[in-house]
Write a protein that binds this ligand. Structure first.
Ligand code: ADP
Length: 436
């Protein structure tokens, strides 16, 4: 084929995937791989990602390769490496997205505004500060020199394997190191720190950084014109997959937990509820996550039972049961209460009635979530697309349509790799606009 194609690669929590799309967004090829077995030490993680990346590239049918115009990659948010900016050598990490470096929290809290997204033990900034204060840095910097070290996120680093530039990031990944996407700069309180020289340079997601390295290009059979673009985080990429970019459009993810993401004209941040905004070009993507969701359903029913019992539910009839389904103690959004207990009583005799009550209660929590975002100043929700295991349940969708009072439908695409491919498409379009 001579039609241009765009490659997106997702590095999620359990494995990596690719999607190859055309400019209409139709998928021409897809593939996935798990990370190769890791032998104990953490630096092996980076080589296992690298292996997964080249495994996926090698899986792309050769007939498509010359048609690939651009590539982008998403990775898990706050997964961090310390790299030598001269040669890309990994000096420390990867520090994983969910690893906490609470030792750095007092130092971070003393410089950042109260309740800033960096004020969490697993934030990228805590990882940076913890490493900066560690003895391993002192031994590292003696060999490579302080000014040669740079912080990179998972997707920055994987992209650098393709374009060969170290220390380039995007404003979605950089949010948790403290980058302010509103002023398009690092804030003064961060730039005045002794480790400020380690902060990566930041661009918009999906902008071209450079051509694919020549040796790779010839080895893989890619075109000379193939460019490598900045990436994003895995959850933003999953949102982008739904192709909903107007204010008021939202994606609810009904997986193990319930997460909402709403496109808004207004930026909204409120750490009490774990609500914060990512920049999406000239708009904001406001997100919040509740602890309710499919994990509770799994504690009570098998997936087969869920399907069978759902058949018996009439979604047009409101359930009188009022629960607050949680897998364990504690809620953050839309109610901030670390001591909130699950409420799943009284249990009616009929399992279908019980499930109806639970699904309806989760729908009310979802509606409260969008209501809270509105109260905090975000755009009002107008239409909801659904991702995750719960999106398969048409009866639940019916219940949610009634409770939310807006159209609700299943998102056509929900894979982060597809969202990353759309970013690659965006980057390639920018080049065409520039040259014409
Ligand atoms: P995650 O990736 O967050 O673990 P998934 O998106 O794979 O979650 O969704 C899995 C969840 O979907 C499970 O917790 C399960 O309870 C829920 N689920 C699966 N089938 C159904 C169904 N028919 N109705 C409602 N929920 C379902």
């Amino acid at each position: 084929t001579s039609e241009p194609l765009f490659l997106g690669i997702d590095f999620g929590t359990s494995g990596a995937r690719y999607a190859l799309v055309d400019k209409q967004g139709a998928i021409h090829s897809e593939g996935k791989t798990t990370y190769p077995l890791q032998v104990g030490t953490v630096t092996n993680r980076a080589s296992s990602w690298m292996e997964a990346l080249f495994h996926l590239l090698g899986d792309i049918p050769t007939m498509y390769r010359p048609s690939i115009s651009s590539i982008s990659i998403d990775g898990t948010s706050a997964t961090t490496l310390i790299v030598d900016r001269n040669n890309g050598e990994v000096l420390a990490g990867p520090f994983m997205y969910d690893e906490s470096f609470a030792d750095a929290l007092p130092a971070v809290e003393s410089i950042a505004p109260a309740n800033h997204a960096v004020c969490s033990g697993s934030s990228t900034l805590c990882k940076l500060v913890s490493w900066w204060n560690s003895s391993s840095r002192r031994s590292t910097t003696t060999s490579s020199g302080d000014s040669a070290v740079v912080l990179m996120h998972q997707s920055d680093w994987l992209l650098s394997l393709l374009h060969g530039q170290y220390g380039v990031s995007d404003y979605n990944n950089a949010l948790k190191v403290g980058y302010d996407p509103e002023i398009d700069s690092y804030p003064g309180w961060l730039l005045s720190q002794p480790y400020a020289h380690m902060l990566p340079s930041v661009r918009a997601p999906g902008v071209p950084v450079g051509s694919i390295k020549e040796d790779l290009r010839t080895q893989l059979g890619f075109s000379k014109d193939c460019v490598v673009c900045t990436g994003t985080t895995d959850s933003i990429a999953a949102f982008l997959a739904a192709r909903t970019t107007e204010p008021g459009k939202a994606v609810t993810s009904l997986g193990s937990t319930l997460a909402v993401k709403l496109v808004s004209d207004v930026r909204v941040d409120d750490a009490r509820f774990g609500v914060y905004s990512h920049r999406l070009d000239d708009m904001w993507l406001v997100g919040g996550a509740s602890n309710t969701g499919g994990a509770v359903l799994r504690q009570l029913f098998s997936d087969d039972q869920l399907v069978a019992l759902s058949e018996e539910i009439d979604p047009s009839v409101p359930s009188p049961l009022d629960y607050y389904p949680l897998p364990k103690k504690g809620e953050r959004f839309p109610v901030s209460d670390p001591n909130m207990m699950p409420r799943l009583q009284p249990r009616p005799e009929s399992d279908a009635a019980y499930l109806h009550g639970i699904l309806e209660s989760i729908a009310r929590i979802e509606a409260d979530g969008y209501r809270l975002l509105r109260e905090l100043g975000a755009s009002a929700v107008e239409e909801v697309f659904t991702a995750g295991g719960g999106a398969q349940n048409d009866k639940w969708t019916g219940i949610r349509r009634r409770v939310l009072g807006v159209p609700v439908r299943k998102a056509e695409q929900t894979e982060a790799a597809y969202g990353a491919a759309l970013l690659a498409l965006k980057g390639a379009t920018k080049i065409t606009q520039k040259t014409t």
